[in-house]
Design a protein around this ligand. Structure first.
Ligand code: C2G
Length: 132
C-alpha cells in the first residue's frame, strides 16, 4: 500500500484544497493529512476561522482523506514520515524546495497550486460583499 502525507491549515475549505487532496490521494492508496493546530497556526502567523477540532472533522469527512493527525510544529515531519510509513510527501508548489530534506525518507512532490482561490481571497471578498 502506497502511503501519502500532506500538511496544512485547511481553513474555510475550498476547491483549491480539494484539488490538492484529490491529486495527493491519486498518487497512492492512503492519504494522511497533518492539520495545523490552532497553536501552530499562531507560529505560522495564521488565524483560522474554524477551530482545529472543526477543521479536523471537516477533513475527515472528505472521501480522499484516510487519516488526520495534528501538526504541532515544524520539526515533526521526519518522525511523521517514519512513524506512518509514508512513501510520498506532497505539498502545493508555494512550498517548492522547502521540504527537500525529506527526500532521504520518502519521495517529495510539489503540486501546482490551484489558481484563483485561497482562504485569504475568500476573507477579502466576503469583506467587500458585506461592506458594499
Ligand atoms: N493549496 C493549493 N491551492 C490553493 C490553496 C492551497 O494547492 N489555491 C494547497 C497549499 O499549497 C497546501 C494545501 O493546499 O499544500 C493547504 O493549504 P494551507 O491550508 O494554506 O496550508 P499552509 O498554511 O500552507 O500550511 O507544514 C506545512 C504547513 O502546515 C502548510
Amino acid at each position: 500500500m502506497k502511503k501519502v502525507i500532506t500538511y496544512g491549515t485547511f481553513d474555510l475549505l475550498h476547491w483549491g484544497h480539494i484539488n490538492l487532496l484529490k491529486r495527493a490521494k491519486d498518487l497512492g492508496d492512503h492519504l494522511t493529512v497533518a492539520i495545523s493546530t490552532d497553536e501552530f497556526n499562531k507560529l505560522k502567523n495564521k488565524k483560522s476561522y474554524h477551530s482545529f477540532d472543526n477543521r479536523k472533522m471537516i477533513l475527515e469527512s472528505i472521501r480522499y482523506v484516510d487519516k488526520v493527525i495534528p501538526e504541532n510544529d515544524w520539526e515533526q515531519k521526519i518522525k511523521d514520515v517514519i512513524d506512518n510509513d509514508i512513501d510520498i510527501f506532497v505539498m502545493g508548489d508555494d512550498w517548492k524546495g522547502k521540504f527537500d530534506f525529506l527526500k532521504e525518507y520518502c519521495e517529495v512532490i510539489y503540486l501546482p497550486r490551484t489558481v484563483g482561490i485561497s482562504t485569504t481571497k475568500i476573507k477579502k471578498d466576503m469583506l467587500k460583499v458585506n461592506n458594499g
